[in-house]
Design a protein around this ligand. Structure first.
Ligand SMILES: [Cu+2]
Length: 147
């Protein structure tokens, strides 16, 4: 009987491990992952190569919380396509009303991301400054229009 209980415990733990790992990725973020509308966007909001690094920005709509958008960026080697996920990044968003938000991005999956409040319609300036494993500081700027 005791042996069966031990086997059952081991099996349930083995099954739970991947779920916990996945949850850690986004649990650290102040939101319920379920409310993030991944299907809300079709193609990357912006892509740019700086100094041999390709930066790909995705913007997701958020619902049911103060923040309205989740901005993610992934970095890859422009030549090899290899993901570059070691480093730090921050984003400054300037709204049509000139209000500024600056956030240090959290590492999530192979990229970095954070939530922003972009409630009003109009053009938002997005500036990302990042430093990856090679220690170089790179900057990418683009406009994102909230419709
Ligand atoms: Cu995320």
């Amino acid at each position: 009987m005791k042996k069966i209980a031990t086997i059952l415990a081991a099996v349930s733990f083995a099954l739970a491990a991947p779920l916990v790992a996945f949850a850690m990725d986004h649990e650290s973020m102040p939101m319920e992952h379920g409310s993030m509308e991944h299907g809300g966007h079709k193609k990357a909001a912006h892509e740019e190569v700086v100094d041999g690094v390709k930066a790909t920005f995705d913007v997701y709509n958020l619902t049911g919380m103060k923040e309205t958008h989740h901005i993610m960026v992934t970095f890859t080697d422009a030549k090899t396509g290899k993901p570059l996920s070691k480093g730090e990044a921050k984003i400054k968003v300037v709204g049509p009303d000139k209000a500024e938000q600056v956030k240090d991005l959290m590492a999530m999956g192979e990229g970095f991301g954070a939530n922003f409040t972009m409630p009003g319609k109009g053009k938002y300036g997005v500036m990302c400054k990042f430093k990856l494993a090679d220690g170089k500081v790179r900057t990418v700027k683009f406009w994102y229009t909230v419709k």
